[in-house]
Ligand binder design. Structure first.
Ligand SMILES: NC(=O)c1ccc[n+]([C@@H]2O[C@H](COP(=O)([O-])OP(=O)(O)OC[C@H]3O[C@@H](n4cnc5c(N)ncnc54)[C@H](OP(=O)(O)O)[C@@H]3O)[C@@H](O)[C@H]2O)c1
Length: 309
């Protein structure tokens, strides 16, 4: 069950979301090798049982498979599920109405009549931000979405989106950007602060640094596939002191792991983390990142170690 028509602030109090980019994605995440649809269904159900019901997807994830799988899983549950999906402004999408058509495609794959949150995936040319916000206004006012978000928007771009929506009395609910202990650009460039000033939720994607902050990869056990290009052996060697500190700090919090410390650190910064999970073991593990908080001294130590990267 995923339709929540009429509800306000359905994301109020949500501490942790679940990222579903890997659900059906073969190229980047290796879907079909080591994890399959039944694993994802088990992740979905386990998250709901643990009280986590916010799933982040996109029309492009797994070329639509992420939404399709979510739709199949939603159909089998009576529990409330909150879904955020994304519109990709491909350069061949030239008209305002193409957003409505793309949304209808997402709703069909998800088997629902209303999305809790719809986000512009990237601020891509040639169509300007104002046009896509007008298109968002159309679907918001038609009751097809419950909240408007953007993703990968810089400060100026986010303010332009905010202004267009504000004229219609619609809040810009969120900006989804990369944010983790290995990517703190949003702290340094003021985006996080601006989000907090304007009441825009910063949704942190890749809070585990695509897996490197779990501590399971090292120079002796490097990543494989596409991720290995970004996080090579040299990077993993440099990351080691931060991981050691994360382990030490985690120990003091009922033996929390680096992954749990990484996710908790994002929460402590006031952002909403949406770690991806391929297996129940991962989603259950990540759930233990909630319900406690790092203290200020620990956050300062982690910041200092991450600054050295
Ligand atoms: N808006 C955007 O442009 C954008 C871009 C990227 C992501 N996103 C969203 O953000 C979500 C999360 O980001 P992400 O998937 O890139 O990266 P992430 O959450 O930092 O890392 C997820 C990966 O880490 C590994 N992992 C997860 N939990 C673990 C655990 N407890 N222990 C060990 N390993 C664990 C898994 O991969 P392995 O097991 O293979 O290591 C998993 O697929 C995505 O699913 C998507 O919804 C949005």
């Amino acid at each position: 069950m995923a339709d929540g028509a009429g509800e306000e602030n359905v994301f109020e109090g949500v501490e942790l979301g679940i990222g579903t980019w890997a659900w059906g994605d073969r190229l980047f995440w290796g879907y079909g090798q080591g994890y399959h649809q039944e694993d994802l269904e088990a992740v979905f159900n386990s998250c709901l049982n643990l009280g986590f019901n916010f799933f982040d997807t996109a029309e492009v994830y797994g070329q639509g498979l992420s939404e399709t799988y979510l739709g199949q899983f939603i159909k089998k549950t009576n529990k409330r599920v909150k879904i955020a999906s994304k519109f990709m402004p491909f350069p061949w999408r030239l008209l305002r109405g193409s957003l409505t058509r793309a949304l209808q495609g997402s709703l069909k794959r998800l088997g629902i009549t209303r999305l809790d949150r719809y986000q512009i995936h990237w601020p891509m040319p040639p169509i300007n931000i104002e046009t896509w916000m007008d298109a968002m206004t159309d679907v918001y006012q038609a009751g097809l979405i419950g909240a408007v978000g953007v993703s990968n928007y810089e400060r100026g771009q986010m303010l332009r989106a905010y202004d267009v929506l504000a004229r219609e009395g619609i809040p810009l609910a969120s900006n989804q950007v990369e944010y983790s202990l290995i990517n703190r650009k949003v702290e340094k460039n003021g985006l996080l602060k601006l989000c907090q000033e304007r009441g825009i939720k910063l949704i942190a994607y890749s809070p585990l640094g695509q897996g490197v902050l779990s501590g399971k990869y090292s120079a002796d056990n490097p990543m494989s596939g596409v991720r290995a290009r970004r996080y090579d052996r040299k990077f993993l060697e440099k990351l080691d002191p931060l991981l050691t500190l994360m382990r030490q700090i985690g120990e003091a919090h009922e033996r929390r792991s680096p992954a749990q410390v990484a996710i908790n650190w994002v929460m402590c910064k006031g952002a909403l983390p949406i770690p991806g999970a391929k297996t129940v073991a991962q989603s259950e593990h990540n759930a233990r990142a909630t319900g406690w908080r790092l203290n200020e001294e620990e956050i300062a130590l982690l910041d200092a170690a991450s600054d050295k990267l």
